[in-house]
Design a protein around this ligand. Structure first.
Ligand code: ATP
Ligand code: MG
Length: 261
């Protein structure tokens, strides 16, 4: 099995604070790999570094065989590396459907030129895009809300929209930073199943930052544990449950509650 993502001795500092302090790990192609660890471990900073929003102090990041750490975010996204945020970032003034369409119109950069100079071609392309978007909205249970303004959606529906937008971009790999945060238990179940279906259906790789270990247990085949900016351990959740370092660093006093042993 080959890797889709390789993080090699990455350092990130914010002023004097070492948010990532020599972190190395890999994500195998076609897997959902979890990135867990205590608050402030550097997980979101790692996701930002992989996506291109945070600059490395040193180290390298290879995605799909290419060194990407010098590339701007949009180039990484064009290459198939798409992130979602800890807090949803939909366009509130656009409808749900439009929120999906702009993902791809923005991606090609061609569509505006087509709309002006080749309106017929543009119309066919737009119809195809609308078809694709509707199909994704249907999968995520948002089809009936397609003409609703995104700002009118509930928190849970915004999560589904965020995921739909990410899928619309046809990523090779999704970076998900706490997609279940602030979501009801029923929706957590549904979101987890959607992620699993996407992974099984199209082989989409994912790196999932998640505090909810039940979700991790259900959908992730590998788990990377970060603490104080470093990779502390790696394995299946079952293996990690019996790892003393992990239990102590990650879970401290709440060990038994959180890791379920
Ligand atoms: N933009 C920033 N400027 C300065 N310090 C930052 C910045 N972003 C993160 N940090 C600091 O870097 C460290 C790692 O933060 P990060 O958000 O990556 O942790 P995390 O593992 O995602 O935590 P959580 O589980 O709470 O989301 C923390 O000490 C945090 O305060
Ligand atoms: Mg975080």
């Amino acid at each position: 099995m080959s890797n889709i993502l390789a993080i090699s001795d990455v350092h990130v500092a914010f002023g004097g604070l070492k948010a990532i302090d020599g972190c190395t790990f890999e994500v195998e192609k076609g897997t959902i790999t979890a990135l867990i660890g205590p608050n402030g471990a550097g997980k979101s900073t790692m996701v930002g570094s992989i996506a291109g929003a945070v600059s490395l102090t040193s180290g390298s990041i290879t995605f799909d065989g290419q060194e990407i750490s010098h590339l701007p975010t949009y180039r990484r996204a064009q290459g198939g590396l798409i992130r979602t945020y800890q807090i949803s970032r939909e366009f509130g003034g656009m409808t749900v459907l439009e929120n999906l369409l702009v993902v791809r119109l923005g991606q090609s950069g061609e569509s505006l030129i087509n709309a002006v100079f080749r309106p017929k071609k543009s119309k066919t392309e737009t119809n195809a895009l609308v078809g694709e978007a509707n199909e994704i909205l249907n999968t995520f249970g948002l089809y009936r809300l397609r003409n609703e303004y995104a700002s009118n959606l509930s928190g849970g529906q915004k999560r589904l929209l965020e995921l739909s937008r990410a899928v619309m971009a046809k990523p090779k790999m999704l970076l998900l930073d706490e997609p279940m945060a602030g979501v009801t238990p029923a929706l957590i179940e549904i979101l987890g199943q959607h992620l699993l279906d996407l992974n099984k259906g199209s082989g989409m790789s994912m790196l999932l930052v998640e505090h909810n270990l039940e979700v991790v247990d259900k959908i992730c085949s590998r788990v990377v544990v970060m603490a104080t900016g470093k990779r502390l351990a790696e394995g299946t959740l079952a293996e990690l449950r019996s790892n003393r370092d992990v239990v102590e660093a990650y879970l401290g006093g709440e060990v038994h509650e959180r890791i379920g042993s």
